[in-house]
Ligand binder design. Structure first.
Ligand SMILES: Cc1cc2nc3c(=O)[nH]c(=O)nc-3n(C[C@H](O)[C@H](O)[C@H](O)COP(=O)(O)OP(=O)(O)OC[C@H]3O[C@@H](n4cnc5c(N)ncnc54)[C@H](O)[C@@H]3O)c2cc1C
Length: 598
């Protein structure tokens, strides 16, 4: 059976040493996250995830959710109690505004705790994760009375949230959406239509479910310009928030699927359900994007989380499984064979996952801190540059962390040989669970197009230029330090590849858009590698300085950082040249064969 230990030490290294959280104390909520509080909060979160939530991962996979004849959906054994413990601990609203009952702590803490929770049990983590996304959308776009009605209950976890975009004929292309909204005299709307694949659409964890639904008001323009956002509760609340009549929304069925069995994926039928407009008419996609962006980062977290838990188990297995002898001679001659960790190929596999995980965690922490700045800074310019970072890095984090996260679960499974393929060790569940993260919240192909087609050119390339400048400035500042050469020289090279790829798109994508489409996924991965390398260079700098100035008993851990960072630079970062070559090859061989020939 798989085990899990939350990487609290690694997180503290990032928060205290690399990103130096105390620098943000001028932002609301940060002064409350003193080092002692941080350690206590992370320690408690780790306990909840390791002791309460993780033991339900296998049960959830085996039992799945059940839809009953009356339309109720029940979650696997133990989920209800674990959810109760989770909300009673106040975890759902730890970063939510205090005026609605949250704790106001930095967003970065929620991101970290969500990693722990997803590693422990991704299917379970999705219930509160969707609620957090819905809370963000309501905070940004709901009217004050709507916020007062819904937010306190959702932040407390008594009511959960969902996002309803997808319809049977309408997935990526939301312009095709057909769900209708008919205005009523009292200002509400009657919502009618069918949504499919709705995560946590119906379940037994919360007393009410708040659906955020995209629909078209009668007479609205075709396409994405005619879509509005509505809040449609499962149970209609009275003015005092008490639960009233059941609304006209129900779960028609739940999907049989490859993984995340503990999370209900529902067909939701809206039969003249009462809903209220959120934000402006026909600007629904804009409002829903708040939830989608939040969810995209959350899905990136899922990619890392599964990669981490798969790594932990594969590393433990590799130290126990005895097969063959080390190439350099027996390491354990008293045993019938050496543990497989002695074999360079097994090491290569484990180091690849580890080098990704530690940098991906840094990238998420860095970006979550930008989210805090974007929401909490006083100064408009500071907020804007943080927002630029979020816009640029969101598709990279979603796409790269989930593509690589899935690949890493497969690599970790490989460490188990045939024992990874059978269910007993739990490795195949990680593979199945990780797969969906590449698909939902906009497939990774769509993330790549968002990056290349929208985010690069936005505001005259302001965000991407800021990223290039920041990475370039770091490389310049530390380029002359001999000890930093193994990190800075490859970083410089990779940055040059990214800049060449960007330039190539500028020169070749305008007259031939297929060049951008054909190179987008490679560009996203090239970007991801540079961002991860930048994280490694910063971590290496901190580790070197700490080792020089007294490591306080952390020598081994800091030296391990330096080695893992070097592994990334030497063995993973060189892929940037492959990505660049593919991008520069253009779209010709991709598009030439007629559709009938494929
Ligand atoms: C388990 C699960 C949970 C989900 N949860 C939710 C949820 O809670 N709420 C919700 O609203 N939806 C949810 N979804 C739906 C999910 O977001 C969609 O499946 C996803 O966005 C893709 O849409 P689609 O399946 O219709 O694929 P399609 O849009 O049909 O795409 C098919 C393929 O074509 C590619 N493609 C499509 N258009 C383009 C283009 N313009 N350029 C290049 N490539 C393109 C895609 O990348 C994909 O590979 C969930 C799905 C699953 C399976």
């Amino acid at each position: 059976m798989p085990t899990y230990k939350a990487p609290v030490d690694d997180v503290l290294f990032l928060l205290k040493d690399v990103f130096r959280l105390e620098r943000y104390n001028n932002l609301p909520g940060f002064a409350d996250a003193s080092p002692d509080i941080l350690e206590a909060v992370l320690g408690e979160a780790a306990k909840l995830c390791e002791d309460i939530v993780q033991p339900l991962n296998r049960i959830g996979d085996q039992q799945g959710c059940a839809r009953h004849k009356d339309g109720r959906v029940t979650t696997p054994t133990g989920f209800k109690e674990a959810y109760r413990r989770y909300i009673e601990g106040g975890w759902l609203g730890i970063s939510a505004p205090e005026e609605f009952g949250g704790q106001g702590l930095p967003m970065v803490l929620t991101t970290i705790i969500n990693e722990f929770l997803c590693s422990a049990n991704m299917a379970f983590a999705m219930y509160p994760g969707l609620t957090q996304g819905a809370i963000a959308a309501l905070l940004a776009h709901a009217a004050p009375e709507q916020q007062r009605m819904f937010l306190p209950k959702m932040i407390a976890g008594h009511w959960s949230g969902t996002m309803n975009l997808t319809e049977p004929h309408c997935g990526t292309d939301l312009g095709l959406l057909r769900t209708r909204a008919a205005p009523q005299l009292d200002g509400s709307y009657k919502i009618t239509g069918t949504k499919i694949f709705i995560s946590a659409g119906e379940h037994d964890l919360a007393e009410n479910i708040v659906h955020l639904v995209l629909a078209r008001i009668e007479g609205a323009p075709d396409g994405v310009k005619g879509i509005s956002l509505f809040v449609v509760p499962k149970v209609l609340p009275g003015p005092d928030g008490s639960l009233g009549a059941i609304n006209g929304v129900s779960c028609g069925s739940i999907e049989e699927k490859m993984g995340i069995h503990g999370n209900s994926t529902c067909v939701m039928n809206y039969d003249g359900a009462t809903g209220w407009l959120i934000g402006q008419e026909n600007r629904g996609l804009n409002a829903m994007f708040v939830m989608m962006n939040e969810a995209r980062l959350g899905v990136g977290v899922q990619g890392l989380a599964l990669s981490e838990v798969a790594y932990q188990n594969a590393a433990a297995y590799a130290k126990e499984r005895l097969q063959g002898r080390a190439l350099t001679g027996a390491k354990f001659p008293e045993k019938p064979a050496d543990p497989i960790i002695v074999h360079p190929d097994v090491r290569r596999t484990l180091m690849t996952i580890r080098a990704f995980n530690e940098a991906a965690r840094a990238l998420l922490v860095w970006t979550a801190l930008k989210a805090d700045i974007a929401h909490r800074a006083q100064d408009e310019k500071t907020r804007q540059s943080a927002d630029d970072h979020m816009g640029l890095l969101t598709p990279v984090i979603k796409g790269v962390l989930t593509d690589q996260g899935f690949a890493n679960t497969v690599m970790a499974q490989q460490v188990y040989g045939g024992h990874g393929y059978i269910a007993e060790h739990g490795m195949e569940q990680f593979v199945r669970d990780a797969r969906i993260a590449m698909i939902y919240e906009g497939t990774n192909g769509i993330q790549a197009l968002d990056l290349v087609g929208r985010k690069l050119a936005r505001d005259g390339g302001r965000a991407v230029m800021a990223f290039f400048n920041e990475v370039g400035a770091f490389a310049k500042e530390h380029g002359n330090e001999a000890a930093m050469q193994p990190y800075v020289a490859p970083l410089n090279q990779a940055l040059a590849h990214l800049q060449q790829a960007t330039m190539w798109f500028m020169q070749h994508a305008m007259e031939k858009p297929d060049n951008a489409g054909a190179g987008a996924t490679d560009y996203m991965h090239l970007f991801g590698l540079v961002a991860l390398a930048y994280m490694w260079a910063q971590m290496a700098k901190v580790a070197r300085d700490k080792l020089k100035n007294g490591a306080n008993g952390r020598e081994d851990r800091l030296k391990a950082k330096l080695v893992t960072g070097r592994f990334f630079m030497e063995r993973m970062l060189p892929e940037t040249s492959t990505h660049l070559a593919r991008i520069q090859a253009g779209a010709d061989s991709v598009m030439q064969l007629p559709a009938e020939a494929l």
